[in-house]
Ligand binder design. Structure first.
Ligand SMILES: [Zn+2]
Ligand SMILES: [Zn+2]
Length: 321
């Protein structure tokens, strides 16, 4: 408290951040002004783990503004899905689109995964976004593939939006496949405490007795999961401008390749429009000599490989063959 004004000057609490986990946070309140007879801080500065987190200066504050309340109204078009979300408890939109036999695109709000079906288990490439999304995906997979657990979850790179569901999928028992270059970040994500709110991984680890969870498995350069005629191949490509290394996932039976951030399949691809990330991806696919027909996006949809070729080289070839 400020000794002169007696107003709250700040407070320190334990926050749980989606990536960092539990972290000491300091909130400094300043620039108090009266609003409708209530004295409110107009500047809030936050540090977490001793580092700058945010600093917000409010030009004005309104109390119970009906215009602002409208933001929370659920649009008619989203009403049915909102009911579904409320019933599920934790929910984020996900649907499964078939790519080929045994391969599915888990199409979500903005960050997608690829599902590969094996005779007795599933492998998920990328567990992005949030715990709610991965819990929704888990329920969907249980319905669609009863009795097949998620045995593996592959990480394509360590950016926060593409790893937001890694803890949730580890809580489901999946072994998290991590390339050596991403290991330090992923270990920190997986080992952190998450107590407020407590996430599923933290709950299971700290239950009495502790419940089983998936662990991390580190590979270097290449990893192949193979069972009953189905294979999933993970390759770390080096030198991509987006991130280095970057893992791409290939399913030979479907000639399908999953990549996130470096190529996002979309309609009406213009010749020569690819950026350096996509051009490097095409180069890497060539170096690895992978026979690709379909590109599966961590963003965007599923598109023909010829679109990547067209965008990167200016000429459309039907397939890499
Ligand atoms: Zn990224
Ligand atoms: Zn992304």
């Amino acid at each position: 408290f400020d000794p002169q004004s007696k107003l709250l000057a700040g407070f320190q609490i334990l926050d749980t951040e989606s990536m960092l986990g539990d972290v000491q946070a300091q909130y400094i309140l300043d620039d108090y002004k009266a609003v409708d007879g209530i004295t409110l801080p107009h500047k809030i500065t936050i540090t977490k783990g001793g580092k700058d987190y945010s600093s917000v200066q409010y030009t004005s504050i309104a109390i119970n503004d009906p215009e602002a309340q409208k933001v929370f109204e659920i649009p008619e078009a989203a009403s049915a899905e909102a009911d579904q979300a409320i019933a599920a408890g934790e929910y984020s939109p996900v649907k499964l689109n078939k790519v080929d036999n045994g391969v599915w695109h888990a199409f979500a709000y903005s960050h997608h995964s690829m599902i590969v079906e094996f005779p007795t288990f599933l492998a998920v490439v990328e567990a992005p976004y949030t715990e709610a999304q991965i819990k929704t995906l888990g329920r969907l997979l249980e319905q669609q593939f009863p009795g097949k657990p998620i045995k593996y979850a592959a990480v394509t790179h360590h950016h926060y939006d593409h790893t937001g569901g890694v803890r949730a999928i580890a809580a489901m028992g999946a072994t998290v496949l991590v390339e050596k270059g991403h290991e330090p970040v992923l270990r920190a994500i997986l080992e952190a405490r998450h107590t407020d709110p407590q996430d599923e991984l933290d709950k299971r680890r700290n239950a009495q007795p502790a419940q089983p969870t998936g662990s991390i498995e580190v590979f270097e350069g290449k990893k192949v999961i193979s069972d009953g005629g189905q294979s999933l191949e993970l390759y770390a490509i080096r030198g991509n401008p987006h991130v280095d290394p970057k893992v791409i996932a290939y399913v030979p039976s479907a000639r399908a390749l999953f990549a996130s951030d470096i190529w996002s399949p979309a309609p009406n691809v213009a010749a020569g429009s690819a950026n350096a990330d996509a051009r490097h991806l095409l180069y890497s696919i060539g170096q690895l000599n992978l026979k690709v027909d379909k590109m599966v996006g961590g963003h965007g949809g599923v598109g023909p490989f010829s679109d990547l070729v067209k965008a990167s080289t200016g000429t459309a070839k039907p397939s890499s063959d």
